[in-house]
Ligand binder design. Structure first.
Ligand SMILES: C[S@@+](CC[C@H](N)C(=O)[O-])C[C@H]1O[C@@H](n2cnc3c(N)ncnc32)[C@H](O)[C@@H]1O
Length: 341
């Protein structure tokens, strides 16, 4: 899954002499075994990730220490940082703030990424911590920047990174963290889903919970539900915890890659599943949700999801459930429902 080196890592492979001078804390957009490559060239890096799928895969490689969570806790003997530019700039700022307090002044800081993925903002992102930022390399449409940590970075406080919004009608407060889906507003697909979801009962799964908006809405309406919220992102799981707590609600919230970490069966699965054009992995997650959900539902249990109207989901749902009902639609989204008969 993460076997092939990305162009960014291919560019970094030309710079292993500088990168392997010290054990690095590696974080950000990890999509391959760059840490393994570093471990072969020099001291093994310490990896920090907010992505549960990468965490599991890298743990199986067994070459490097790896931590999954909202911020690194212990970085063993890492004395420098390699940040791979994440998709959102706010997430890069967040990762620098979370990682740099663990390093001492004089530490080598590296930032790398695809030129189209915002890495050019590295000098600006590093400016609060460093006096001079150098561009070390540029190839394969990727760039590598280097700088030195000038002074101790301020202590990291998660609550300084919290933002949120209010859902007036439902009287819900939604808390979110950098990089979590639909940060400042309720997604219009999720809204359509919430407007059309019928009364539920028993054990309910909020699949890909993001900031917890679907789960919070369901629990507020029906506090008796036994809700479980799963996501692949540590930041999303934390945002869901905070959202539920802010509204006096509670659920079982845990990391799962798709349905893989679930046990037992549910009465209902509800989802605004991940989709991003061009990213195969996201489609794969939803495809396997549609084909396997039935096995995680009690007899009579339902799967309800929202999706972009153009996606070929009804066929996939029909193939697995034998039917697929479209219960609502607007110009952009459709709500599909299928029952395990
Ligand atoms: C479209 S967002 C929906 C978020 C939230 N439910 C809402 O309606 O605002 C999809 C969510 O799925 C999560 N996700 C992506 N891949 C996943 C996977 N393999 N397993 C579980 N969750 C995943 C993403 O992190 C994201 O939070």
């Amino acid at each position: 899954m993460f076997e092939a080196l990305t162009p960014v890592s291919e560019m970094l492979a030309r710079n292993l002499d500088v990168l392997s001078e010290q054990p690095l804390l590696v974080c950000g957009l990890l999509e391959d075994n760059l840490p393994g490559m570093l471990a072969q060239a020099g001291p093994a890096p310490h990896i920090f990730t907010t992505d549960f799928r990468y965490y599991q895969w890298q743990k199986n490689q067994g070459q490097c220490a790896i931590e999954f969570g909202v911020c690194p806790e212990k970085i063993e003997d890492a004395t420098g940082l390699l940040l791979l530019m994440p998709k959102a700039k706010a997430e890069a700022e967040y990762l620098l703030a979370a990682c740099l307090p663990l390093l001492s002044p004089g530490a080598q800081l590296f930032m790398a990424g695809d030129n189209k993925g915002g890495v050019k903002s590295a000098p600006k992102l590093l400016a609060p911590y460093c006096e001079q930022v150098n561009k070390l390399d540029s190839a394969r449409r990727a760039s590598l920047y280097q700088a030195e940590l000038m002074r101790p970075a301020p202590i990291f406080k998660l609550d300084e990174w919290l933002s949120g919004y209010q859902l007036e009608q439902e009287q819900l407060k939604i808390c979110t963290l950098p990089g979590v889906f639909s940060a400042g507003h309720l997604d219009s697909g999720s809204r359509l889903l919430l407007e059309n979801i019928t009364q539920l009962q028993g054990r309910v799964l909020d699949f890909g919970c993001g900031a917890g908006v679907i789960g919070a809405h369901l629990l507020k309406r029906q506090p008796e539900l036994e809700l479980e919220c799963i996501d692949i992102s540590a930041l999303a799981l934390e945002a869901t915890r905070l959202t539920l707590a802010a509204n006096g609600l509670s659920a079982n919230i845990y990391a799962s890659d798709g349905l893989n970490q679930l046990s037992g069966t549910f009465n209902h699965i509800v989802a605004n599943p991940p989709f991003h054009a061009g990213l195969k992995t996201f489609f794969h997650t939803t495809e396997s949700l549609l084909s396997s959900a039935k096995h995680y539902l009690v007899s009579g249990g339902s799967l309800t999801l929202v999706a972009n109207a153009f996606l070929p989901y009804p066929e996939l749902i029909e193939k697995s459930f034998g039917h697929c009902e479209t219960i609502a639609a607007n110009g952009k989204f459709k709500i599909y429902r299928a029952v395990n008969r």
